[in-house]
Write a protein that binds this ligand. Structure first.
Ligand code: AHG
Ligand code: MN
Ligand code: MN
Ligand code: MN
Length: 336
């Protein structure tokens, strides 16, 4: 049997995003595309270093704590540095917010553009020494006033994001992106150094069979969450749901997008605001979820409706298949 020759009509991420802008007849100057090019470079750099970490003494702790009191890994610091450097150098950014930095970075005037990027440089890093999938999460806003740059620009409602995405560093590096017209997935062809469109128009199945919670926290969960979990584990008819929990939001959400089901990290009696950070974890994932036809909620309100007060604030987070998340919401709306 003869093998088919490789395709010569490669749809790279850049080609795809540029094409989108042209098709939509937007007055886009290509600035967003250039910003996304910078983000792609950071993802390639992080992908490479995550893979060879064990060989080049990049595993383990950096020796400092971040503003949330987490011990930073060497790879957290490296990923944060490459992102700040590449985003600043792109000339397209005004304000940057990173999980690893206490304060927002206001880009100096000579390097300033009109976008704000909020990011989690390395998500799931606490698992990384075991070789588990990790990722980078990012959300992009436009500044409120052209030319200026202030904290207000990154305290906008989540629904104001113009783009969001993540790169998952797994068996391959996958970049999942939405610029507000649906969600597309690209896989890094390491030989070409390009992200190639492999998952066009991702739609979350309307119902799944998987739930993804850190159930070890059940004793702290509020009643609606425990009642919902009970309902899918002991269904009146049919099979119970399967449990899958990696402990890397990127990996758990990625599986939820492809297979359906529900991912949750609720607020509880111990963590009053939950654990996940609103700006650079919940917002981008909620943006992607809605763009892929799913639902993202705190249990009490739509995540994208929240107006942040502080760049590192946390929020309760449930997202995934429309029918599954709506089932959960029934337990919040009419508590027994
Ligand atoms: P990060 O590694 O960026 O600090 O994020 C960790 C987050 C997220 O990836 C994951 O969903 C969650 O922490 C897991 O928390 P638990 O270990 O409490 O389940
Ligand atoms: Mn962290
Ligand atoms: Mn994270
Ligand atoms: Mn992180």
């Amino acid at each position: 049997i003869e093998e088919a020759p490789p395709s010569t009509d490669l749809i790279t991420l850049t080609r795809h995003v540029l094409g989108d802008q042209l098709r939509l007849g937007s007055a886009a100057t290509g600035d967003l595309t250039l910003l996304l090019t910078a983000i792609q470079v950071t993802s390639k750099f992080i992908a490479t270093n995550v893979r060879r970490a064990r060989l080049i003494n990049l595993v383990g702790l950096a020796g400092e704590q971040n503003v949330q009191g987490e011990d930073q890994k060497k790879l957290d610091v490296l990923s944060d540095d490459i992102m700040v450097n590449a985003l600043r150098a792109s000339g397209k950014c005004a304000v940057l917010v990173s999980e690893e930095r206490e304060n927002a970075i206001i880009i100096e005037e000579k390097n300033r553009g009109k976008y704000c990027v909020v990011f989690d440089p390395l998500d799931g890093s606490s698992n990384i020494d075991a070789g588990v999938n990790v990722g980078t999460i990012f959300g992009i806003y436009q500044v409120l006033n052209d030319g200026s740059a202030s904290l207000e620009d990154v305290l906008q409602q989540g629904s104001k994001m113009v783009a969001a995405g993540y790169t998952m560093y797994g068996s391959s590096a996958n970049l999942i992106l939405s610029t507000g017209q649906g969600v597309n997935g690209y896989t890094l062809d390491a030989a070409l150094g390009e992200f190639i469109l492999t998952h066009p128009d991702i739609q979350i199945p309307p119902r799944g069979k998987i739930y993804s919670f850190n159930e070890g926290n059940s004793m702290f969960f509020h009643e609606p969450v425990n009642a919902y979990l009970h309902s899918i584990k002991y269904p009146a008819s049919g099979k119970p749901y399967s449990a899958r929990y990696i402990g890397s939001m990127v990996a758990d959400v990625h599986r939820t997008f492809l297979y359906g089901g529900i991912f949750g990290y609720p607020d509880d009696k111990k963590s009053k605001s939950g654990k996940l950070r609103l700006l650079y974890e919940a917002f981008p994932m909620a943006f992607l979820t809605e763009q892929a036809g799913g639902v993202a909620t705190t249990g009490k309100q739509r995540i994208l409706d929240i107006v942040p007060k502080n760049i590192h604030e946390r929020c309760s987070c449930f997202l995934g298949s429309k029918d599954d998340v709506n089932d959960l919401l029934k337990f919040y709306n009419d508590p027994k």
